[in-house]
Design a protein around this ligand. Structure first.
Ligand code: S3P
Length: 181
């Protein structure tokens, strides 16, 4: 995919739905690139001293989205960092535009079935605490797909291990940095 050469690709941002492996792939890619690793959810939790479910429950989703946007605006000052983002973060065009100025955006994609398989035994995601989480996944994915598709690179993780996905991510980043298409 073409990457505009005027961008400064000093960082690598991973976007994608919950359960696509952004955190595990991001950590591995950061190790391989000798980059720092930053997870927007983790940073919001450590800064507020609260977990995300608590923020959603007590303050509401819009308050969480404000914290995300504030954090994204600070990320332009980072260098040599792999940034793993919360699944809903790129649905705010301001966030995507900001990340694009300093990072190659890689989207980890997965089918709704795979996502369900990966998240079904986890309980920490407020948006999936729903009477019908499978339907919720399909609905949210449909709404977010146009945003995820604005990534520079799309990697399908359905049939890839974390290691394979990380290798792809690193390869794409190195290619983009050296100007290869
Ligand atoms: C969310 C995804 C979560 C977290 C929050 C909201 C979303 O991050 O930011 O629960 O809107 O998809 P992960 O994608 O890391 O699970």
């Amino acid at each position: 995919m073409a990457v505009n050469n005027t961008r400064h690709l000093v960082n690598l941002a991973l976007i994608g739905f919950m359960g696509t492996g952004k955190s595990s792939v991001g950590r591995l890619a950061a190790d391989q690139l000798h980059f720092a690793y930053l997870d927007t959810d983790e940073l919001i939790q450590s800064r507020t001293g609260r977990n995300i479910a608590d923020i959603f429950e007590k303050d509401g989703e819009p308050a969480f989205r404000k914290l995300e946007q504030q954090l994204v605006s600070e990320l332009a000052a980072r260098q040599r960092t792999v940034i793993a983002t919360g699944g809903g973060l790129p649905a705010n065009p301001i966030n995507l535009a900001s990340l694009k100025t300093h990072a190659l955006i890689v989207c980890l994609w997965a089918s709704p079935e795979k996502i369900w398989e990966r998240v079904r035994n986890q309980t920490h995601r407020p948006l999936l605490c729903d009477p019908d989480p499978r339907l919720k996944i399909r609905e949210l994915l449909a709404v977010r797909e146009p945003f995820y598709r604005q990534a520079d690179v799309l990697i399908n993780t359905d049939l890839r291990s974390v290691r394979e996905a990380a290798q792809q991510v690193v390869h794409q980043f190195k290619s983009a940095q050296s100007g290869r298409r």
